[in-house]
Design a protein around this ligand. Sequence first.
Ligand code: MTE
Ligand code: MO
Length: 351
Amino acid sequence: MDAAISQNELALAARNHGLPLEALRYPITPVGLHYLLIHYDIPDVDADAFSLRIDGRVAKPVTLSLPDLRERSDHEVTSTMECAGNGRALLAPHVVSQPWLLEAIGTGRWRGVRLKEILEDAELLDDAVEVVFTGLDRGLEKGVEQNYQRSLALDDALGDDVLLAYEMNGAPLLPQHGFPLRLLVPGWYGMTSVKWLTRIEVVAEPFPGYQMTAGYRFRRDEDDEGHPVTRIQPRSLMVPPGIPDFDTRARIVDAGPCPLQGRAWSGWAPITHVEVSTDGGDTWADAELEPLGSRWAWRGWRYEWNAGEPGEYVLCCRASDEAGNVQPDEPIWNVGGYSNNALQRVPVTVQ
Ligand SMILES: Nc1nc2c(c(=O)[nH]1)N[C@H]1C(S)=C(S)[C@@H](COP(=O)(O)O)O[C@H]1N2
Ligand SMILES: [Mo]
């Protein structure tokens, strides 16, 4: 955390804002409070001229307009999205990229057409193995000029809740969230959900694009080929209690009862436990979980803390999921700074 942030990283951070953690109070994140991550520029899109092309290893390639998509049967999914780089700025040694602390998170009510239905209508050929999604936005990464592109294996692309989404929280997508159309892949880190989607190509070989083979891989060092970043690891975050100091954001709490609340999520399996510690992780107690809601949405929790004696405290929380994944005490460092889901620590002064 000591490593200085460069002006380039500040430029990224100023464009790509996070969720103010007090907004964890809302079960559905108000659109303007949802985090943002945009690799290049928000493209200039003419909705009337917009089309989505579906081609490649399909028997019936097709081009769809926005009205074509909107007249099909729709599906809504409440889904928590997290950037794979969330937690990056808490890693040591420092990793240079968008410097997220813990705020690259949000939950939307996404509406659109099931990708599965579009692919079924296009009739996949027998040699189809992956689906490549291309956005309208274009830029350079490490010298490679590209449109933002990601692929998914066929099985993942055919998931029931994978959407071509045109609405977020009951309104058309905003420009920064992918207007007029984006992919939404619940349970996967955000990089999978391609915004400003304009082409879906079914391919017979694994797609070797930059965002698959150079970006978004867990690598121990520069020579490691690594393995792909996929689903969201479990995490719990709390609404920071009390009031903040402007300069440091340190928390000040009055002695006495101090109810804690937060939310927890995992892309692998439903959340089964959230534990809270008020002594920096020495002792733990179970938080009370809200009933399970949408499989893909975060789960709320509460914990009745009695901030008895004035002094310095470190509050922690950690989530576990049904697949047995638990947040680690310490991060697992990797070259890209992905998926740091070490448990949250919130220093608090009780006065
Ligand atoms: N076309 C396109 N899609 C994209 C991106 C992008 O830069 N271009 N960023 C990805 C990343 S890294 C994340 S975390 C999510 C962020 O979605 P949001 O800004 O709507 O929260 O969008 C993904 N889809
Ligand atoms: Mo991301």
